[in-house]
Design a protein around this ligand. Structure first.
Ligand SMILES: Cc1ncc(COP(=O)(O)O)c(C=O)c1O
Length: 391
């Protein structure tokens, strides 16, 4: 039957359902242990959910009505205090900080605020999957620069070669999903020097900022004054507080950039759930130890999972950051990673993410690497490992 509507010409013809949805759905259909999509199978801190409950039950105030468009002042103040403590950055809560609906909305708004038709945006592959569609919707063109192997560091020569007079934005993601690569202080200085005489803005996706291991420190772009002047720095409370379903995040940027960011945010999201913002603000003030202890908390999980993986035929180097572990499965199978991840889920009962889908480069398709998420109870990791040992 012919449809009753006019033909719709897709604005995103290359986009299908995200690999996270595909793999989580496949895991559910086959009863597989889901180590694919990045979310914890444990609860947020009890105090945080109590605070959300408390704020939702407040009567006679405006606690369940629209928050200010830029975010609750108490939360923006708490973010300002945090970036000052961690990165020595003196962001102004009024002019530099905007609360967004998760990292994803913040990324989208920063891209729409900066990218115009025919602008080029540099992505470092493997790149998180929301970046390119957001660039396409803005009329821009993604230029893919692969991260170096092994280690997934920035290939400075290739990055430098990719910058043209049309380059408007560089998107970087460190701590890096999926590899766990981190940036050093020297990397920040090199990046600052590279961009010094250009018109390129930087969008820094730092949603894993509090998950670094073995004594490593996160070097936020906010800690490098020259880069901070041209950057939108995005983070997500979902990652930090084990509450990915809350979708609360933020963007820190200089006033002129924040002004443009907010013009988009006000018509994409307008405001973020008020009681959740109030709860996070209170929690940040009353329980600062949560973020101080997060690296040790996740390092224990990483080490536990690494101990289990050591009993399998997968090869890996323990992740330096994030809650993801890459494994090389070439001793187990010759299949390309998308097919291997499907087989692992449907036949062996463990769901993983194939990482080639985050790269444009053909070479990435020949790598035999998948990503597991270890933000799970030990019992979940034990059960997954029991299945992986059989391979
Ligand atoms: C690199 C990266 N950026 C952004 C996000 C999205 O963050 P949020 O869930 O807060 O929108 C994720 C979530 O998985 C991520 O891994």
């Amino acid at each position: 039957m012919r449809p009753m509507h006019p033909p719709i010409d897709s604005k995103l013809p290359r986009v299908g359902t995200t690999i996270f949805t595909v793999m989580s759905r496949l895991a559910a259909e086959h009863g597989a242990i889901n180590l694919s999509q990045g979310f914890p199978d444990f609860e947020p801190p009890t105090r945080l959910t109590e605070l959300a409950d408390h704020h939702m039950r407040q009567r006679g105030g405006a606690g369940n009505q629209y928050a200010p468009m830029t975010g609750l002042p108490s939360l923006r103040e708490a973010i300002a205090a945090k970036v000052a403590e961690y990165y020595g950055c003196h962001a102004n809560a009024e002019t530099d900080i905007t609360v967004a609906s998760g990292g994803t909305e913040a990324l989208f708004c920063a891209i729409q605020a900066t990218v115009r038709a025919s602008d080029e945006v540099i992505l470092l592959d493997p790149a998180y999957d929301s970046y390119e569609p957001s660039i396409t919707l803005a009329g821009g063109r993604a230029v893919h620069v692969p991260l170096q192997r092994p280690g997934f560091g920035i290939d400075w020569q290739r990055l430098s070669d990719a910058i043209t007079p049309r380059t408007r934005l560089l998107i970087i993601n460190f701590p890096h999903n999926p590899s766990g690569a981190t940036l050093s202080r020297d990397d920040l200085d090199t990046l600052a020097a590279l961009l010094r005489d250009t018109r390129v803005f930087v969008l820094a996706d730092e949603v894993y900022e509090h998950m670094l291991y073995d004594g490593r420190r996160h070097h936020s772009l906010l800690s490098q004054a020259e880069l901070a002047e041209r950057s939108f720095v995005v983070s997500s409370f979902g990652k930090t507080y084990h509450a990915t379903g809350w979708k609360v995040g933020y963007c820190v940027a200089p006033p002129a950039l924040t002004q443009e960011f907010r013009k988009v945010h006000q018509f994409v999201q307008f405001v973020v759930a008020t009681p959740l913002q109030a709860a996070i603000a209170d929690f940040m003030r009353s329980c600062p130890e949560h973020t101080h202890e997060l690296p040790a908390f996740y390092q224990r999980k990483r080490d536990y999972f690494a101990g289990l993986l050591a009993q399998t035929r997968f090869r890996f180097e323990p992740a330096h950051s994030t809650y993801f572990q890459l494994v090389d499965y070439s001793t187990v199978s010759d299949l390309p990673d998308v097919e291997f991840a499907r087989l692992l889920t449907t036949q062996h009962g463990v769901a993983a993410i194939p990482i080639s889908v985050f790269s444009e480069d053909g070479a990435a398709k020949r790598e035999r690497i998948v990503r597991f998420c270890f933000a799970k109870h030990e019992a979940t990791l034990d059960a997954a490992a029991a299945r992986l040992r059989l391979l």
